[in-house]
Design a protein around this ligand. Sequence first.
Ligand code: HEM
Length: 119
Amino acid sequence: MIHAHVTAWFIAIVLFAVALSLHKNGKTKGFKILHMIIRVFYLIIIGTGVGLLSMVYHIDVWYILKAVGGLWVIGLVEMILIRTAKNRRTSVFWFQFIIVFLLVLYLGFIKLPMSIFHP
Ligand code: HEM
């Protein structure tokens, strides 16, 4: 489950970068298709995240913060993609993205106990 979760968000972030570069190069159709594929990944990330949560006996505040942060990152990716498609400013969302993404990585990899590194 944890491998599926990490693989899902990792692929989503890579596709996110590819989608943005397609848009930069004027490839609107490719951008739209990737956006749809990325939305499928949101579902996989949330599904595996909820799956991991269901394995936790005592859900404390760090787990709640991790889940809310993860959902927030997904919301920001979606906002950035939608606003990029409309050629609108995304700086406020990028600012949040960097902070919340780093927080979620810290909580996932360092603070919380499950890990892909020690099975
Ligand atoms: C883009 C969004 C997300 C990112 C970047 C992300 C990132 C991570 C990372 C880095 C880990 C730790 C992997 C490891 O230690 O090997 C993790 C674990 C986990 N994630 Fe996410 N996640 C996201 C979304 C979500 C969502 C939406 C939920 C819940 C609904 C969630 C729930 C969890 C849980 C419960 C764990 C296990 C924590 C533990 O006990 O160590 N994640 N995630």
